[in-house]
Design a protein around this ligand. Structure first.
Ligand SMILES: Nc1ncnc2c1ncn2[C@@H]1O[C@H](COP(=O)(O)OP(=O)(O)OP(=O)(O)O)[C@@H](O)[C@H]1O
Ligand SMILES: [Mg+2]
Length: 242
């Protein structure tokens, strides 16, 4: 039986009167790539912020690797990497120094930081630009650096909020392939808001995906679309086109 790694139960978060996340529950199993899709404002980013311990939910809890984000947030943080929607880079540092900075912040030794930084830049095809200052990089080149930073510390679970925004189709495919390749190292979550991008990921994999609609999952009230079967895949695409 598949082993659950992340369990989100009845997550709710309101901003003033607005219910941004309204009773979201799902499980991510080990080795699974999981996607959240939904229209703008559906609550995808808010959900990821809760899952990654940035935001406390009003109700509900998340356990990752058996640790509760309410009670063991530090233990949860040691298991996750986050690639936020907004680029989180220091423009006046080189690509390498950005990775080193975040590696040291996450408690890695100097030697280990450097080794991981170079390995991650290589993974993203950026070794030749390692010493280049980030403010000289094109917009599309900055996103893989964001992803390389999220991989510092060897997270078991990776949160990606729109990891391919603003990058060309070929580079986008490279990122998807990298994420697929990373699966061997752990458990990964991916948030993709655009259907073509989602279709791209799922056309040649057995990844699972959930659709997040305004405020709650839908599919008889609490929708989780498991895309392991072509039937459920078609169901999702039909709904997403509504
Ligand atoms: N810090 C905040 N304060 C007030 N309202 C917020 C805050 N963060 C999110 N919201 C609101 O919560 C709702 C969900 O926002 P969220 O950013 O989670 O959506 P999303 O699904 O990620 O959208 P997008 O596809 O545009 O990125 C929106 O109505 C948004 O305005
Ligand atoms: Mg968002």
């Amino acid at each position: 039986m598949a082993e659950a790694f992340l369990v989100a139960e009845n997550l709710r978060k309101s901003f003033n009167e607005h219910k941004a996340v309204n009773g979201v529950s799902f499980t991510i199993n080990k080795g699974e790539i999981f996607g959240l899709i939904g229209p703008n404002g559906a609550g995808k980013t808010t959900t990821i912020r809760i899952l990654s311990t940035v935001l406390q939910p009003d109700r509900g809890d998340v356990t990752i690797g058996g640790y509760s984000m309410r009670h063991d947030a530090d233990a949860v943080r040691s298991l996750i990497g986050v690639c936020p929607h907004e680029l989180a880079l220091y423009a006046d540092l080189s690509a390498l120094d950005n990775l080193v900075f975040f590696g040291r912040m996450s408690g890695l030794s100097g030697k280990e930081t450097r080794a991981q930084a170079m390995a991650n830049l290589e993974l993203m095809g950026l070794v030749e630009r390692a010493k280049g200052k980030v403010d000289k990089f094109s917009g599309g080149m900055k996103r893989p650096i964001n992803l390389a930073i999220a991989l510092m510390g060897h997270p078991e679970l990776l949160f990606l909020d729109e990891p391919t925004v603003g990058i060309d189709p070929q580079s986008r495919n490279n990122i998807y392939e990298t994420i697929e390749g990373l699966r061997d190292r752990g458990v990964y979550s991916i948030s993709i808001p655009l259907l073509p991008a989602a279709a791209n990921v799922h056309s040649n994999t057995n990844s699972d995906m959930a659709a997040l609609d305004r405020s709650s999952y839908r599919d008889s009230g609490s929708a989780i679309f498991r895309l392991g079967t072509s039937q459920s895949r078609q169901g999702l695409f039909r709904q997403a086109q509504d």
